[in-house]
Design a protein around this ligand. Structure first.
Ligand SMILES: *Cc1c(COP(=O)(O)O)cnc(C)c1O
Length: 468
């Protein structure tokens, strides 16, 4: 076999990587960039002649690093972007080096068992049924897609329709019920599944973006036939939690009226409340529902990309995802074939970093991470409110804060957008904006294990400078 100069490639990558990671506490979090400036560095025609791998890696590290947004900085509070846990980082290095095609146990047994163990740990931590099925996918979007594919199978099968072989043409109508403040990945998953978005029935949400359970009850009472309901654990704006107990009861009554019913919980961030003693009451009752999508790359701080699809009904999950072909070697139930639970065919051993992170943190470490990030969100809210320059618009129940910057001239929307642009250009910290309740607001999402009180206070100082 031909050999390569692996050590030189590692040297070219690892020197800059170590310096980058070490620089995180002090480096600028973000700098607005012109794509032209980046194209000058990495663009040009496809080279006719190749270069040595270590030269390519060294050039990439040199040219692109100035344009890397420091997502793993303790002062990156934009969107809901998790940090980088060192155990996840190390496991990802192993996954890259081992280059496993982790679709089948027979093809890559070691990582298949590590993913199987990680799946069990996730169920235990989230206090979900231990016989639920788990797929390690790329993110919340694909987790929701996977769960809703299982839902589509399940509710149609109860009517005697096999959607996997017969498709949706001619199938009984599947009613989809969503809330007004759903995340944009819900309509996108519905689109991918041929269920449509505009045809979904919308249930109103309250002032914290929680579904109105009485309105849900009324909507369901008018529907007959297979029904999929989507609710949410951790709203992307407010961080709020739907009233799952009431949702479960409404779904049970709908089912008792003879309607095949499945309730999916979109919970990339908020499902983790169940792993924190101080927050688990927020997510009470969701264990009664049918499927759950979550992320490891947000609050758990696993590297990108890493999402988790969980179903109460493994048979439906497997029927929607599994694939058989004469040349595949499938295990007979003695081991877990990831392909049964994932939409991918060939795939990276994504669950390995989840395994490593959970093993490194332990149950108490996960709990402490959640308690800390959420208490830092409260610190943000309290200090910004006390400044008199900002109003906190949501009930801060988890890691999410919605802030309106108050302008003396009354044009709060304009000031809020100016503060967001100013802090992004400043680079001390990063925040993103949203429109919620008709207002322009700044979102704060504390999602990094590395964030400490000093980061919060430095970010607040920089923000207050931006209001001047
Ligand atoms: C982040 C998020 C998603 C999407 O997850 P990805 O991992 O980005 O695909 C969906 N729903 C909610 C509530 C989220 O916060």
């Amino acid at each position: 076999m031909r050999q390569s100069n692996w050590e030189e490639v590692m040297g070219a990558a690892m020197g800059p990587v170590a310096r980058y990671l070490r620089s995180l506490p002090d480096r600028s979090v973000y700098r607005p960039a012109d794509p032209g400036d980046i194209r000058v560095l990495v663009g040009g025609p496809l080279p006719e002649e190749g270069s040595r791998p270590e030269e390519v890696v060294a050039a990439l590290a040199r040219d692109l690093e100035p344009f890397v947004a420091a997502h793993a900085s303790g002062r990156y509070f934009g969107f809901v972007i998790g940090g980088l846990h060192p155990a996840a980082f190390g496991a990802e290095l192993l996954a890259s080096a081992w280059d496993q095609n982790a679709g089948l146990y027979a093809v890559a047994p070691g990582v298949a068992v590590a993913e199987e163990v990680a799946a069990g740990w996730v169920l235990e931590l989230l206090d979900l049924p231990l016989d639920a099925s788990v797929g390690f996918v790329t993110g919340g979007q694909m987790a929701t897609f996977t769960c809703l594919a299982a839902a589509r199978h399940h509710v149609l099968r109860e009517t005697g329709w096999d959607v996997e072989t017969a498709g949706l043409q001619g199938a009984p109508k599947v009613h989809v019920v969503v809330k007004s403040e759903r995340h944009s990945t819900i309509p996108r998953a519905l689109r991918f599944l041929g269920l449509g978005d505009a045809t979904a029935v919308e249930v109103p949400s309250d002032d914290q973006s929680r579904i109105d359970p009485e309105a849900l009850e009324r909507v369901l009472a008018d529907l007959q036939g297979p029904t999929i309901v989507c609710v949410e654990s951790g709203n992307v704006n407010t961080g709020s939690f739907d009233p799952f107990g009431a949702v479960a009861e409404a779904a049970d009554r709908h089912r008792e009226r003879g309607n095949p019913t499945w309730v999916h919980v979109d919970g990339p961030v908020g499902l983790w409340a169940r792993a924190s003693a101080g927050h688990s009451h927020l997510a009470d009752g969701l264990e009664r529902l049918d499927s759950w999508s979550t992320d490891a790359h947000k609050l758990l701080n696993v590297s990108y990309d890493s999402g988790i699809a969980i179903c109460r009904h493994p048979a439906a999950h497997r029927a929607a995802m599994s694939v058989h072909a004469s040349y595949l070697v499938q295990s007979d139930g003695a081991a877990r074939d990831q392909m049964d639970w994932n939409p991918e065919f060939s795939r990276r051993a994504r669950g390995l970093a989840v395994y490593a992170t959970l093993r490194s943190l332990g149950r108490s470490g996960v709990e402490e991470l959640l308690a800390r990030t959420c208490s830092l969100a409260t610190r943000f809210a309290d200090r910004l409110a006390a400044s008199g320059r900002a109003e906190v618009m949501n009930e801060v129940v988890f890691n999410q804060v919605l802030v309106r910057w108050l302008s003396p001239d009354g044009n709060h929307d304009a000031l809020t957008d100016r503060v967001i642009a100013c802090i992004q250009a400043d680079g001390t910290a990063f925040f993103s904006g949203t429109t919620w309740g008709g207002m322009r607001l700044m979102r704060i999402s504390v999602s990094d294990w590395a964030t400490d009180e000093e980061d919060v206070d430095r970010a607040i100082e920089a923000l207050l400078r931006c209001t001047g």
